[in-house]
Design a protein around this ligand. Structure first.
Ligand code: PLP
Length: 380
């Protein structure tokens, strides 16, 4: 099986699995217990927090372990907006992940916030002038993902964050898809809060983190025993956090050692082969400001789902959009936000791959996509 759906999830790294194993078996203590077993679990948790903080260039105390990206996003969007005295206007990029858009929508439904979608350009980039014009004196929070899951577009987040800071609002960036590909150094990103998920870079599903700048207050989603410095109650997922810390460090080391310009060239060859194999196809997202292992296209005439099924039969896993938007056959809001019409949006295909991918394998997939499209449209 050739997995070209790495943006959906990744296998657990052996090192992460081995690191977490003791905390599922012999060292199963509760970090809140005062006895030795509890204290060893607490130490492991803090070691993991330190590893995540090292990757983020932040203080360890600013890292809050969560059950994944979705929870981190909910905690940040709701938890920060509710504590900010500035006002009740929230801006989210029109291409944000459903977790961001739904969290903001909940603020509107239950807390009287006004949520506005920040339009993006045709390749998914947020324009500085558009952002400037959308900011208001009562804007509390702005959420713009560093990298988009469906079309791979990478935002110039530091420049955008600086504009938001001119009016004194808080900036959150979802780095779930950027992790392992781009620097997550919070000082360089210039943001106030960030959300990340472990299963995109070799930690298990169900562990993630929210980073919140120390000076910011967060209203917890989960109240209880006061774990995570009162910001996320509930007995900690020690083993998950340990795996997350190890995977985060390894992903960062690999990123620093890699030549992603070469992967981007491989990606370009693949894009050209796809466009040659399917003349009606078009690249979605930005041609250059995009994740190096991310290709997204619209096929033009054939549903993405039908080509996916044909690809799976020939041993290739891909996606027709976001794996996180489970079971929906509505056109992707991300593609609509890019100005793609709803019918064409249904023809989307996404291929996401790691650094080990072979160019020959990708060229073979491009041929298989072309053959599937011809068969489905009954072309010779
Ligand atoms: N944000 C983005 C950009 C994602 O791609 C995903 C999942 O794919 C999430 C958030 C949600 O993360 P999790 O699956 O850990 O809840």
């Amino acid at each position: 099986m050739l997995d070209l759906d790495a943006a959906a999830t990744t296998p657990v790294r052996r090192e992460a699995l081995e690191a977490m194993w003791p905390y599922l078996t012999g060292e199963y203590g509760n970090p809140s217990s005062v006895h030795g077993a509890g204290q060893r679990a607490a130490e492991a948790l803090e070691r993991a927090r330190g590893q995540v903080a090292a990757v983020l260039g932040s203080r360890a105390a600013e890292v809050i372990f969560t059950s994944g990206g979705t929870e981190a996003i909910n905690l940040i969007i709701k938890g920060i907006a509710l504590t900010q005295p500035r006002g009740r206007h929230v801006l989210v990029a029109a291409t944000e992940h459903e977790a961001v858009r739904a969290s903001a929508a909940a603020l509107a439904t239950w807390h009287g916030f006004e949520v506005e979608e920040l339009p993006v350009g045709p390749t998914g980039l947020v324009d500085e002038a558009t952002l400037r014009a959308a900011l208001r004196p009562d804007t509390t929070l702005v959420s713009i993902a560093l990298a988009n899951n469906e079309v791979g577009t990478v935002q110039p987040i530091a420049a955008l964050a600086a504009i938001v800071h001119e009016v004194g609002a808080v900036v959150h960036t979802d780095v779930v898809q950027a992790a392992g590909w781009l620097s997550l150094d919070v000082q360089s990103l210039g943001v106030d809060a960030l959300s990340v998920s472990g299963h995109k870079f070799g930690a298990p599903k169900g562990i993630g983190a929210a980073w919140v700048r120390g000076s910011l207050q967060v209203e917890p989603l989960l109240h209880g025993g006061g774990q995570e410095r009162g910001r996320r109650s509930g007995t900690e997922n020690v083993a998950g956090a340990v795996a997350f810390g190890v995977a985060a460090v390894l992903a960062e080391q690999e990123r620093l050692a890699a030549d992603d310009a070469e992967l981007a060239r491989t990606r370009q060859v693949f894009v050209e082969a796809l466009l040659a194999a399917v003349p009606e196809a078009a690249l979605t997202g930005d041609a250059t400001a995009r994740l190096p292992g991310h290709v997204s296209i619209t096929l033009g005439a054939v549903s993405g789902e039908s080509v996916l099924l044909a690809l799976e039969e020939s041993g290739v896993l891909a996606s027709s959009g976001s794996a996180c938007h489970a079971g929906s056959d509505a056109p992707s809001p991300v593609l609509l936000a890019l100005g793609i019409d709803p019918v064409t949006a249904q023809t989307a295909l996404r291929f996401t791959f790691g650094r080990g991918v072979a160019q020959d394998a990708l060229l073979h997939v491009a041929g298989a996509v072309g053959a599937a499209v011809r068969r489905l449209t009954r072309q010779p």
